[in-house]
Design a protein around this ligand. Structure first.
Ligand SMILES: [Zn+2]
Length: 257
């Protein structure tokens, strides 16, 4: 819990060299050392030094999460990314998880100009994956989900909505592409059923990219559109409740301590 956060640096450990007090920084959700084999291969979520630890998570070494007024960030020189003064908190926050995850998903799909792309899942990651996919110049992008307001938002972002409750989404997507299937399917749900449907939908020899994670901080687009609610720390349970129940058009809830 609280793996996605940013803040102002208040105090430094003695080993920290690159970060200064007063810096406004965003931090990736996964805790990595920067020096092991996997970090050097740009797979920091597989860091063996921390045992693939996540802020507020339960794998590897345990570190508290960011739903708090202060947090200790280990490996601060490697993990803290200074936010340029021209960038708002709303735009920077998601670099730590959902935007980098979504971009990575699209990049790994190997989308080429003119490709047809289907994105399974129109939650926070799926919506950002659709925007990421657009950067690679596809001819069409389909958004596959069952929640109407999320499909409506996907349509506003230029995707063609496909509702999984209407009929088998793999068949729908194939029918919409003259039986051929999309060149690339981005699977942003993380469950077995949509993963299977993604494989059934994709064209012969196409690519299915299921979400993987690394830190990418150079993209600049409208991540803040995913924020539907901003609330103080004390309202956290309410934020989780509306997100879980998909009430009040919730997509992403931001907490401001
Ligand atoms: Zn490492």
């Amino acid at each position: 819990m609280g793996h996605e956060f940013m803040g102002i640096v208040e105090e430094l450990g003695s080993a920290v060299k690159a970060v200064r007090a007063g810096d406004r920084v965003v931090v990736p959700f996964s805790i990595s050392c920067g020096g092991c084999e996997w970090c050097r291969r740009r797979l920091p979520t597989q860091c063996t030094t921390t045992g693939r630890a996540v802020f507020g998570g339960r794998f590897g070494k345990v570190f508290p999460g960011g739903q708090a007024e202060r947090i200790r960030v280990p490996f601060a020189d490697y993990l803290c990314e200074r936010v340029p003064p021209t960038m708002t908190d709303d735009d920077a926050l998601f670099l730590g998880d959902i935007l980098s995850t979504a971009y990575c998903c699209a990049e790994n799909g190997g989308i080429r100009p003119g490709d047809v792309v289907a994105v399974f899942g129109a939650g926070p990651v799926g919506l950002l994956a659709m925007q990421s996919a657009q950067l690679f110049g596809p001819a069409r992008v389909f958004a596959v989900d069952r929640v109407d307001y999320r499909l409506a938002l996907a349509a506003e972002l230029g995707a063609e909505p496909v509702n999984v409750d209407t009929s088998d989404p793999a068949e729908q997507v194939r029918a919409l592409t003259d039986g051929r299937g999309p060149d690339v399917v981005l699977e942003c749900v993380g469950h077995e059923t949509p993963f299977t449907q993604a494989i059934q939908a994709v064209r012969a020899g196409g690519a299915v990219s299921s979400v993987g994670v690394y830190v990418e901080t150079t993209m600049g687009f409208q991540a803040r559109e995913a924020i539907t609610h901003t609330m103080p720390l004390k309202d956290t349970p309410h934020g989780y409740a509306i997100f879980d129940r998909k009430e009040d058009r919730a997509i992403k809830v931001m907490l401001k301590p």
